[in-house]
Write a protein that binds this ligand. Structure first.
Ligand code: FE2
Length: 399
């Protein structure tokens, strides 16, 4: 592996987080494969604390915990009394005060707010069966949206009887191990991350088209003429520079490179053996057939054109930088979205995760350079949620 040798877990944990035990994940806590870098880090309960005690400790230690997150990419908080929605919201509020995202631009279907909460989302409330069969979909959170969280937080409400791990993928390791030509190709220009018809956005949020356009232009999004009227286009760089450590990472959503999913399924299939996974693998075959046209039609002005061998190499690199975290009940997994990507692995039975997002990122400049401001309080006003609040207050103030 190129680049600086990674720190050992012991080195990176100095000074220690007071009141908590911390360690690397053990072999039994992972499935299949571990990336070379020791992440995520596990922070455990020393035992016997109340939720209030835990929340106070997290609040007091939050700066050190954030530093550890920047170093390790992700933390699993394990064995703590975080056993309901209220505790989970309070826990994340203690870790990232006043930074939780309440609403983001064009959230995906099924990403609905949990009733009675303000910041807690279902990962997919549609609970349609196909999702659990799917293998693929590595992504940086909200890559398709204009509102991207610096931190992504999952809480496990129910552990799947089989499978259902969350794959965390080291985007920094990925970038470092890219060939120089691929590094150049991927870093050359922004990719088209998503296109939304202006009328669809307006209808969804009960806004006028000119209000939507105003927000889009203020956020640096492009508004252009599509086949059936004006559309908002969201462009993103693929290489991001971490705002604190300065380390570069490769970030994407696999809908930009559907070929990666195809090759990933080929790499991983042999590890899903036995009758239990049979139905899953049939779905993967169907997905592979349906994605054939996508794969063969790879030329696009809005994404780098990769050769077949480059696509295959990228999928291999993704897998070689993947750690599969086996869930335990009430685990909280916090991911630094500036440096890791993630992906749900297929499962059998029921599995429930709830998600919170914190600290919307703000870019320092436009173009292919992925440079960002350091996460801070108050950035929420810049999000689409902030804009909607502003519109609603303005409407209330108008007699
Ligand atoms: Fe996600």
């Amino acid at each position: 592996m190129k680049g600086k040798a990674p720190m050992t877990v012991e080195q990176s944990l100095e000074p220690k987080v007071e009141s908590f035990k911390s360690r690397a994940l053990t072999r039994e806590e992972l499935s299949f494969q571990t990336a070379s870098r020791p992440f995520p880090l596990v922070i455990e309960s020393s035992g016997g604390e109340t939720f209030t005690g835990l929340r106070d400790t997290v609040q007091a230690q939050r700066s050190r915990l954030e530093e550890i997150l920047w170093e390790h990419g992700a933390i699993v908080f394990r064995g703590f009394p975080v056993s309901g929605y209220r505790e989970y919201e309070d826990f994340i509020d203690a870790l990232f005060p006043k930074q939780a995202i309440t609403q983001y631009f064009m959230s995906e279907p099924g990403r609905t707010l949990i009733p009675g909460t303000r910041k807690l989302f279902d990962t997919d409330s549609r609970k349609k069966g196909l999702f659990k069969y799917y293998l693929g979909g590595a992504h940086s959170e909200n890559f398709f949206s204009s509102d991207v969280p610096a931190y992504l937080c999952f809480w496990n409400k129910r552990v799947a009887p089989k499978g259902g791990e969350t794959a965390v993928i080291d985007g920094q390791g990925l970038y470092t191990d890219l060939s120089p030509s691929l590094q150049k190709k991927l870093g050359e220009k922004e990719v088209l991350a998503a296109t939304f018809p202006l009328s669809e956005v307006a209808a969804r949020y009960g806004l006028r088209a000119d209000e939507v356009k105003l927000h889009a232009l203020a956020r640096g999004l492009r508004v252009t003429e599509g086949p059936s009227g004006p559309v908002i286009q969201i462009f993103k760089p693929l290489i991001w520079e971490h705002p604190v450590t300065g380390r570069r990472s490769l970030q994407f959503n696999s809908n930009i490179f559907p070929e990666i999913d195809y090759y990933l399924r080929k790499i991983v299939a042999s590890q899903y053996r036995g009758a239990a996974w049979f139905a899953h693998k049939l779905i993967w075959k169907a997905l592979d057939l349906s994605s054939r046209s996508l794969r063969s039609g790879g030329e696009s002005t809005h994404r780098p054109s990769l050769s077949r061998s480059e696509q295959e190499a990228l999928a291999k690199l993704v897998w070689n930088h993947t750690t599969l975290v086996k869930w335990q009940l009430n685990d909280v997994l916090v991911i630094d979205n500036f440096q890791l990507l993630h992906m749900p692995m297929p499962w059998i039975g029921k599995r429930e995760l709830r998600v919170m997002m914190a600290a919307p990122v703000q870019r320092l400049d436009e173009g292919s350079s992925g440079r960002f401001k350091r996460p801070s309080e108050g950035a929420g006003a810049e999000t689409f949620g902030g804009f909607l609040e502003h519109i609603s207050k303005a409407a209330q103030a108008t007699p």
